[in-house]
Design a binder for this molecule. Structure first.
Ligand code: NAP
Length: 314
């Protein structure tokens, strides 16, 4: 009888121990399956809960936004308004796009407080000879009080001088953060020693057919946030990319669109995305990136699509 009691006690103890360990395993796998697990693991220190990244300038920037390269006039205003109404808080423009004025108007007429919106604009190389005037022009055109981020659009004659003028404008409170666009490893190695402020952002062409897998880690290791232009391949190339069989299959598996898979792939690599769109449905779709997560295998399948195929000259 004594032996039977002892056996029963041992069995009960083992049962409780196994139940506890199963519960512990379930809890840890539950939490690891959520997209927020990415918070501490994603390169670039993205916070997938707040959907922002803290820049080396101390400012927070949304990790997805609207690109406005091809948007002008009324279409530009309605697209920016649609974006703001759908929770987009980052708008990318440039002097060269000729739409800073419309973007300023759309932001001013929105109910979203100015301080919640992050505006990026850029100085074009033909403005580098008088950067102070170019900065004033951007401030005037946008008419939003300050500029969240100003980039040099391309390397060019006088780029260091233009960057120094932006550094001065930061001290004067006209611009919050500064950075570069279309600067790669060689250009950065030459440029960085000549300036005082490490850029907060580098914006370069990045999509599954042109991945810059050497450049991205180099930039991130310098504490600089990376942003990808032409995330969907750029106009004229989007259909091929969106219909890519590998991407389409992953999209089908997650019940998402190909565009969402490509944008999510960027985010999981720590790359901020600014897809361009004038279609309110696409604009909304491009914000729904946080309710699914690509597996390591899916990330690798997209990684293998790289062809080093640039879709623009710069
Ligand atoms: P993109 O974002 O790669 O592609 C835009 C195209 O994708 C448009 O034709 C758009 O059509 C379509 N699209 C958007 N969302 C979609 C969706 N969910 N499903 C299907 N199609 C979708 O190219 P981009 O606009 O030229 O580039 C993005 C931004 O990067 C630019 O707007 C600009 O702000 C910036 N950029 C910077 C540089 C630089 O040198 N720094 C150079 C180029 C671009 P719909 O309008 O019909 O949605």
């Amino acid at each position: 009888m004594k032996k039977l009691t002892l056996l029963l006690i041992t069995f009960s103890f083992l049962f409780i121990l196994s139940a506890c360990s199963q519960e512990k395993t379930k809890k840890s796998s539950d939490s690891s399956s959520t997209a927020s697990r990415q918070t501490s693991e994603t390169p670039g220190n993205f916070n997938f809960d707040s959907k922002t990244v803290t820049l080396n300038s101390g400012y927070q920037m949304p990790v997805y936004g609207l690109g406005t390269y091809s948007l002008h006039g009324k279409e530009c205003k309605t697209s920016v308004t649609a974006a703001l109404n759908n929770g987009v808080r980052l708008i990318d423009t440039a002097h060269a796009y000729g739409n800073e004025k419309e973007i300023g108007e759309a932001v001013r007429s929105s109910d979203v407080p100015r301080k919640e919106i992050f505006i990026i604009t850029k100085l074009y190389p033909d403005q580098f000879s008088d950067p102070e005037a170019a900065i004033e022009e951007a401030l005037d055109q946008l008419d939003l009080g300050y500029i969240d981020m100003m980039l040099l659009h391309h390397p060019g004659n006088g780029d260091v001088k233009a960057y120094k003028a932006m550094e001065k404008a930061v001290k004067e409170g006209k611009i919050h953060s500064i950075g570069l666009s279309n600067w790669y490893i060689e250009e950065l190695e030459e440029f960085l020693p000549q300036v005082d402020t490490v850029p907060a952002l580098v914006q370069n062409e990045i999509h599954p057919y042109y991945q810059e897998n050497d450049v991205i880690p180099y930039i991130q290791e310098h504490g600089i946030t990376v942003q990808g232009w032409y995330p969907l391949g750029g106009r004229g190339h989007t259909q091929e990319l969106l219909n890519d069989p590998v991407i389409s299959k992953i999209a089908e598996h997650h019940d998402k669109s190909s565009a969402q898979v490509i944008l999510r792939w960027n985010l999981q690599k720590g790359v901020v995305v600014i897809p361009g769109s004038s279609n309110p449905e696409h604009i909304k779709e491009n914000t729904e990136l946080f309710d699914f997560e690509l597996t390591d295998d899916e990330m690798m399948q997209i990684h293998d699509l790289d062809r080093g195929e640039k879709h623009d000259w710069y």
